[in-house]
Every structure is written in structure tokens, then in C-alpha cells.
Design a protein around this ligand. Structure first.
Ligand SMILES: Nc1ncnc2c1ncn2[C@@H]1O[C@H](COP(=O)(O)OP(=O)(O)OP(=O)(O)O)[C@@H](O)[C@H]1O
Length: 576
């Protein structure tokens, strides 16, 4: 192997290792933030960590350009760089992530035509790595040895929290009862059971989660145990979830990423995939904070799906966006969103501002109410897979970023996110019970977003989607702002005839003024929807609710958002 290739490969690996070092450091400190209720710091750390990867890529590119004067691709040299890198990864604990980092570097340096396995890791070589297979991820407990309760105490003591549990006896009794109620597979004697518990606590927002499974002759019962801090120096077991749908919601694509101090994400993702089969590996990588790896994995999955399907990419059902053009592959549950070259006159944002808003959402706590997006550059699709209508549309609305290369359509920049059913379409097809649930969810989504310092801007029904779990999620980010950028007002009462019949507002309206009562006029014009919405969220139709939310945000109040139904909380068993 030539020395130059080796030196370049080593520089890239050094950049990656610095990334892992800093990522691990900030991830590890999540335990302390949980114990000490440092909720503002939790958000800050989440924001900072999401940015780490891009920062390390930029630094590494700088070093490479400076040390090796890289300009044009030397084919032989870079094939050797990849070989040297593969060799270096043989005993590496995170070969999968290191490969993605390599891809990021290469793709920043050279053109798309070289993005193949000679130069980058389109396909991974990581699964052959030994250390990953040997990773110690979980501890097996046998309740027969010390008794059921003591075993559960041992499991809960393992994280070695610096603060005590508020009332362990009470919580463990409820926990045992919950297992009994939720899963028949746990109806066995301690002698017949064992528990596999992941050695890492998952931290996110104000919660901590212990994840594992019960093994018994009846089969496996995967579960997630949610812990919260009572903010008076005690930890409380808050809920136990064992239904796979509920577990999937905890790992949902609209949540912030977990902080999990695991040095073997490849093995952890494989373990989680068995517990929550609904989730793809890509989603699980993202959920544990490796969102760039999630992106790599998503693209691999998507290429596989493309080669094993034959349906056409089409415009996404629903009302067309004024800023984004959105398309989808019916057989794949994602949408592809591109920013149009020109926006409708009613939109005053610029392309750069739209990108900035999407970035804000990536870094902000999404509180289970904003879809996560993956941002891609230079994405190539086979031209034969586009419907003519879609191709015509893209070339009309975004010619500057769509081009043809041989039989490919290459899109210079796009976002990819989970496909949902637009709320306006969902409501049109729903029965009254489903409509009520969805409108309840719509109001909840708005309440949780504003409590998390996100003013959604455009709250029309078409800007929200309904997931397959029935959750309502916001996905139109071009008008969002922080709460202190708006002024919530009540419309003044008209007094004179002139004012009553005025076709334009007779009072002054400043930029940033918002009249919450207008939500009922614009978003809820349909009287049935308005009535159902008002049943649960009448408060959202007047300014004081919003002003209170705004002042809470300004005072640093961070509300609890539980990623599970409130009726599952253990406190219902002892608080009356
Ligand atoms: N995740 C998704 N799942 C399903 N459909 C979606 C999704 N995201 C967007 N759409 C569809 O594409 C349309 C336009 O998307 P979006 O609201 O993001 O664009 P926009 O240009 O920002 O909209 P607006 O004109 O309201 O500003 C939506 O109304 C919806 O029909």
C-alpha cells in the first residue's frame, strides 16, 4: 500500500475518531443532566450533538486539502485510499459509521460519477467485522436466583443513578402487575423466566428508558420502562410499554434523538430491530443519535427497494405546496421534497430561509409533533421510474436543481421524510369518531409545538399529516418561528358601522401579529370540524392561551411531553 494513500486514509479516520470521542463525551453526560434536572442543557446538548458530524467533516476536509493539496481525483490513489481505510476498520468498533464518514468526505471532494464501490462504501463491508459481533450489549438476569422482586431491584440499580428512587417498592409492585396484565407470555414462574436488559440507559428530554425483554416458554416480551425525575431528588418509574406499536411510537420519527452511551451502535441497532421489528434500521440509527448513519442506511434500503419494485414516482396526493414540490413512490412509505425555484407571491421567504427552517427543525426538540427530515444532495433516480406528469412538474417548478445524466434524473438537493396522510384528506374520508380523534390530535400537536417554542406559522390542515399510528404531525416548516417572534392579539371589537362592515382590517396589523381566533376561520372553516375541535381545544381559539404559552417559554418552563398515553402512567395507580 502506498504511503500517501495510507496517510490520507488515516487523516479521514482521525477525523471520524474525533467525532466519536466528542459524541461519546456529550452522550455520556446525559445521565448527569437527567439526575440534576438540567432540562435547558438537555436541549442545548441535543442541538450541539446533531451538528457534530458536519463540523468534523468540515474540519477533516480542511486538513486534507491543506496537507495533501487535493484538487482532482487521482483514480488509482483513491482506490488505494479506500483499501487502506478498509484495512484500518478491520478491528474498529464502529466500522459502519466510519464508512459513512468516509463517504461524506469523498462526496464533498469529488463528483457524483465516482460514487460507486470502487471509491466509496455504497455497499458496506462492515458486517464482516469481528468486534461488532462480540459486542457485550445486555445482561441476562435469572429471577429464580434471588427472587423476582430482588431481580427487578438489581436491574433498576444497575444504572447507578446518583439519586434514589422515590418509592421503589410501590413502583415495582405496579410494574409486576403491569407485566401480568400486558403480556400472557410473562405468566410463568421465576424459574421459567430470564430477563435480557440492555446495559445502557436511553436518555431523551426529561425521560430515561431501560429497554429489554422477558424470555419465557411462552416466547419473548420486549419492553420499555420509562423513568422520570420527580424534580425533588427522586426517580419514579413512570410507565411500562410492551405492545410493539407503543414501543414504535417511543422510537417515532418525530422525536428528538436518544442519548445512549453504546460503543457498538451496529450491534445495538440489530438488537433493537428484533425488539421493535416495525422500525427500519435506518430509523433506529437515527433514533439513537446517528442520524447520518440513518441517512446512509435509508439510501441503501431505498436502492434495494427500487431494484425490487416497478411502480412509478408520482406527485404526492394532496394540495400542492407553494414552496415545496413533493413526490412519492407508492410502494415506499416516504416522500421526497424539493424546494421550488420560485414561490407563490403570497410567500415572502427565500430558498436559503426555507433551508434554515428545515435545519432549525433538525436541531430542535421535535416533541413527537414534527417529522424528522433527511437532507440529501445529488440524488439520482432512474428516469424510467418517473411518471410523465411528475417529470413535467419538476422541470417546470425546479429546473435549476433537476438535470438528466444518461438514463438518470439527478436532483441537486432534497429532503426525504416519512409519508403520512395529509390531515385534510384523512378527515374527508374519516367517520365522526376518527375525525374527533384527529382534530384532538391536531390541537394537541399545536399545543405541544408552542410549548416547545415552535410557532408553526401556517396551521392549515393540509400542513399536518396523520401517521399509521393515528398521530398528528406537522410537516410544513417554511413559516415556523420561535415564539418570541410573534405577537398574539385579540381582535378589537368593531364599534362604528364603518368598522363593522370594513372589508379590510380597520385596526393596525403589524408584521408578526397573530390573531388566534382566525384559526377557526381559516383552518376550521368546515363547521363539523370546528365543533369537534372546540370540544377539546376551545382555548386555542383565543389569544390568552397563546400569550401564556409564550410567557412560559420566555420563563424557561419546559413542559412534560410523554411519548406514551397518559393513562399508561403508573401515577394513576396511586394518585387520586
Ligand atoms: N410527509 C408527508 N407525507 C405525505 N404528504 C406530504 C408530506 N409532506 C408534504 N406532503 C404533501 O405535499 C404538500 C406540500 O407539502 P408542504 O406543506 O411541505 O409544502 P409547502 O410548499 O411548504 O406548503 P405551503 O404551500 O403550505 O407552504 C402537502 O400539502 C401534502 O399534501
Amino acid at each position: 500500500m502506498n504511503n500517501l494513500a495510507y496517510a490520507i486514509a488515516k487523516t479521514i479516520l482521525n477525523g471520524f475518531e474525533r467525532h466519536i470521542f466528542l459524541f461519546t463525551e456529550i452522550t455520556r453526560s446525559a445521565k448527569q443532566r437527567f439526575e440534576q434536572c438540567q432540562w435547558q442543557d438537555v436541549h442545548l446538548a441535543a442541538k450541539q450533538r446533531t451538528d457534530f458530524y458536519d463540523k468534523r467533516v468540515t474540519e477533516t476536509l480542511f486538513t486534507l486539502k491543506q496537507d495533501f493539496e487535493i484538487e482532482q481525483l487521482d483514480c488509482q490513489l483513491w482506490q488505494n485510499v479506500k483499501l487502506a481505510y478498509v484495512e484500518m476498520l478491520e478491528k474498529h468498533p464502529q466500522p459502519d459509521l466510519a464508512e459513512s464518514f468516509y463517504n461524506s468526505i469523498f462526496c464533498h471532494l469529488f463528483e457524483r460519477k465516482y460514487y460507486n464501490n470502487d471509491y466509496i462504501f455504497v455497499q458496506t463491508t462492515a458486517s464482516k467485522s469481528q468486534p461488532v459481533a462480540a459486542a457485550q450489549l445486555y445482561t441476562r438476569y435469572y429471577p429464580d436466583e434471588k427472587g423476582l422482586k430482588q431481580t427487578i431491584y438489581d436491574i433498576l440499580a444497575k444504572p447507578q443513578f446518583d439519586i434514589a428512587y422515590e418509592n421503589l417498592t410501590r413502583d415495582v409492585d405496579i410494574l409486576i402487575e403491569q407485566f401480568y396484565q400486558q403480556s400472557k407470555k410473562t405468566h410463568y414462574t421465576p424459574k421459567q423466566m430470564s430477563f435480557d436488559i440492555l446495559d445502557f440507559v436511553f436518555y431523551r428530554n426529561k425521560g430515561a428508558y431501560i429497554i429489554g425483554k422477558v424470555n419465557s416458554p411462552g416466547g419473548e416480551t420486549p419492553f420499555i420502562l420509562a423513568l422520570v425525575n420527580n424534580e425533588h431528588g427522586g426517580i419514579v418509574l413512570d410507565a411500562m410499554l410492551s405492545a410493539s406499536e407503543e414501543m414504535a411510537v417511543i422510537f417515532g420519527f418525530a422525536r428528538a434523538y436518544f442519548f445512549v452511551d453504546c460503543q457498538h451502535p451496529y450491534a445495538l441497532v440489530a438488537f433493537l430491530k428484533k425488539l421493535i421489528p416495525h422500525k427500519t434500521k435506518a430509523e433506529l440509527y437515527s433514533a439513537i443519535g446517528y442520524h447520518k448513519q440513518g441517512k446512509t442506511q435509508f439510501y441503501r434500503d431505498f436502492l434495494n427497494h427500487l431494484s425490487s419494485s416497478d411502480d412509478q414516482l408520482i406527485l404526492a396526493p394532496g394540495i400542492k405546496g407553494m414552496v415545496m414540490s413533493v413526490f412519492t413512490l407508492p410502494s415506499y412509505p416516504y416522500v421526497f421534497k424539493i424546494i421550488k425555484d420560485k414561490f407563490s407571491p403570497s410567500k415572502s421567504v427565500t430558498k436559503a430561509e426555507v433551508k434554515e427552517k428545515y435545519r432549525l427543525v433538525k436541531l430542535h426538540d421535535r416533541v413527537g409533533r414534527m417529522a424528522d427530515t433527511m437532507e440529501y444532495s445529488e440524488v439520482a433516480f432512474p428516469k424510467s421510474r418517473f411518471s410523465q406528469e411528475l417529470l413535467d412538474e419538476l422541470l417546470t417548478v425546479a429546473p435549476s436543481i433537476v438535470r438528466f445524466e444518461d438514463d438518470l434524473v439527478v436532483i441537486q438537493h432534497m429532503y426525504i421524510e416519512r409519508r403520512m396522510t395529509p390531515l385534510n384528506l384523512f378527515l374527508a374520508d374519516a367517520n365522526e369518531k376518527e375525525q374527533e380523534d384527529a382534530l384532538f390530535g391536531y390541537g394537541q400537536a399545536i399545543k405541544q409545538l408552542i410549548a416547545a417554542d415552535i410557532f408553526p406559522g401556517d396551521m392549515l390542515l393540509k400542513n399536518f399529516g396523520v401517521t399509521r399510528h393515528g398521530r398528528v404531525i406537522f410537516y410544513d416548516y417554511d413559516e415556523i418561528t420561535y415564539m418570541d417572534e410573534v405577537c398574539f392579539r385579540t381582535k378589537p371589537e368593531p364599534k362604528t358601522e364603518e368598522q363593522i362592515y370594513a372589508s379590510e382590517p380597520w385596526y393596525t396589523v403589524n408584521p408578526g401579529d397573530v390573531f388566534p381566533e382566525e384559526l377557526a376561520i381559516f383552518a376550521l372553516a368546515n363547521p363539523t370540524y370546528k365543533t369537534l375541535f372546540k370540544k377539546h381545544h376551545e382555548d386555542l381559539l383565543s389569544a390568552p392561551y397563546w400569550q401564556q404559552a409564550q410567557s412560559n417559554v420566555a420563563n424557561g418552563v419546559i413542559e412534560d411531553v410523554f411519548p406514551y398515553p397518559t393513562e399508561m402512567r403508573f401515577c394513576h395507580h396511586y394518585l387520586k
